[in-house]
Ligand binder design. Sequence first.
Ligand SMILES: Nc1ncnc2c1ncn2[C@@H]1O[C@H](COP(=O)(O)OP(=O)(O)OP(=O)(O)O)[C@@H](O)[C@H]1O
Ligand SMILES: [Mg+2]
Length: 509
Amino acid sequence: MIYKVHSCSIYGINGYIVNVEIDLSNGLPGFDIVGLPDATIKESKERVRAAIKNSSFQFPTKRITINLAPADIKKEGSVFDLAIAAGILGANMFFPDDNINKTIFLGELSLDGSVKSIKGILPMCIEAKKNGFERVIISRENSKEAALVKGLSVFPVKDLTEMVDFLNDIEIIEPATSDMSNLLLNPIEDFDFKDVKGQHTVKRALEIAAAGSHNILMIGPPGSGKTMLARRVPTILPDMTFEESLEVTKIYSVAGLLKEDENLITRRPFRAPHHTISAASLTGGGRIPRPGEVSLSHHGVLFLDEMPEFPKHVLEVLRQPLEDECVTISRVNGTVTFPAKFMMISSINPCPCGFFGDESGRCNCTASQIKNYMGKISGPLMDRIDLQVEVKALKFHDLDETSKSESSESIRKRINIARQIQLERYNNQGIFSNSQLKPKHMSKYCKIGKTEKNLLKEAFDKFNLSARAYNRILKVARTIADLESCESIKIHHIAEAIQHRTLDKKYYF
Ligand SMILES: Nc1ncnc2c1ncn2[C@@H]1O[C@H](COP(=O)(O)OP(=O)(O)OP(=O)(O)O)[C@@H](O)[C@H]1O
Ligand SMILES: [Mg+2]
């Protein structure tokens, strides 16, 4: 007799349904799991056996074979424990068959029979719903995350005994709900832009970058406040839409990085990897691929502090996600694509000593030293950066400034309005911000008049701008116009966009 229950697993950031088939036959007692399980799943045999016994159920003295279908995808983790135990108990008629139709079992078991949480619940429940399942049985810790999926009843259970009582209709369990009312408020930050004195141009550039999700590079001497400014960017990032939140939560769920009290991520991620990071941790990897930093920054910020300190080959892997907004990882079993649409903030010193271009003239780096240093960031990578701003060392009177700078909250209000304009303009096109405009969209959304064109031409000739810079300037000008709620791009928007390309004018590119 074959008994069947359902579970789910993860491939990339999406779930897929796994049928757990149980065969009990007479013969020498044994317990086998087939269907491309890895070592972690094989261990599940011991957990399931102990959990069933310690929950005071009789473990069948038969030959047990478990098949995890589809059998061609390598499976790992402890997610199938609960389904295997439910299958064995069901096959032994501890509860009626018809009570497990359209039910998904997800959870790890402890030796004492209690049900523990697992990673990737959200994408698995989304998949369960898509495949017509009506309920999931899950650990209590995972229930809030699962309840985000509407139209699926989530039943949290403490242990195997509670599950069996529930399936026998002896115990009534209330389906879990996810309280969203307080989630959409952004928690208070410790950092605030009002602590940053002076640096008005840089703050303005960061405002534009956040509004249009543009990549930005800050260049300046040590101690000028680059790190300080970048760390405050999360406080001005626009609110996330529900779709964006769900996408980010799926990634964090798969990576196992959701905090216990966090069922839906409603704040844009801010990731600041150290420069010793490997290429694989940046893009994602592993035998069964897991998302890397670029995907963990999806819809948020990837901050690369001291960019030239990153090994060149590590920086180069950023080129593809910056262009395609996703990362594709190939493995023997197939390819996995993780989303990776992030805003890159980077900071650099202008030379090894850090004072090149400083008015004090204290830099004594040679031309070749400077060239070597800056050369670590390749032209194609630099080309993907929309705004480049100089962060000048502060003067004493700036530091002595007593008047408070503008607070993050009031900057964020403007940014939210500008982002809303973009969302409405690109409605239903899969575009969330101006930075995502492709060449085919430019003529429609970034139209400019004759005088604006003349200014662009002048800048081209004067600063030797590359042809590639053209689209970038127009996109930034589009965002500046949106910040003013101005429908057409005017000459002063273009002028400001050109102004925020310091490197084209002053430095080495
Ligand atoms: N505009 C500012 N207003 C107030 N304090 C500032 C400002 N700029 C810098 N500081 C102070 O200087 C400290 C150093 O700044 P920060 O670490 O951001 O410099 P940096 O530009 O990242 O330098 P490095 O290139 O060495 O990394 C800050 O922690 C802060 O206390
Ligand atoms: Mg710094």
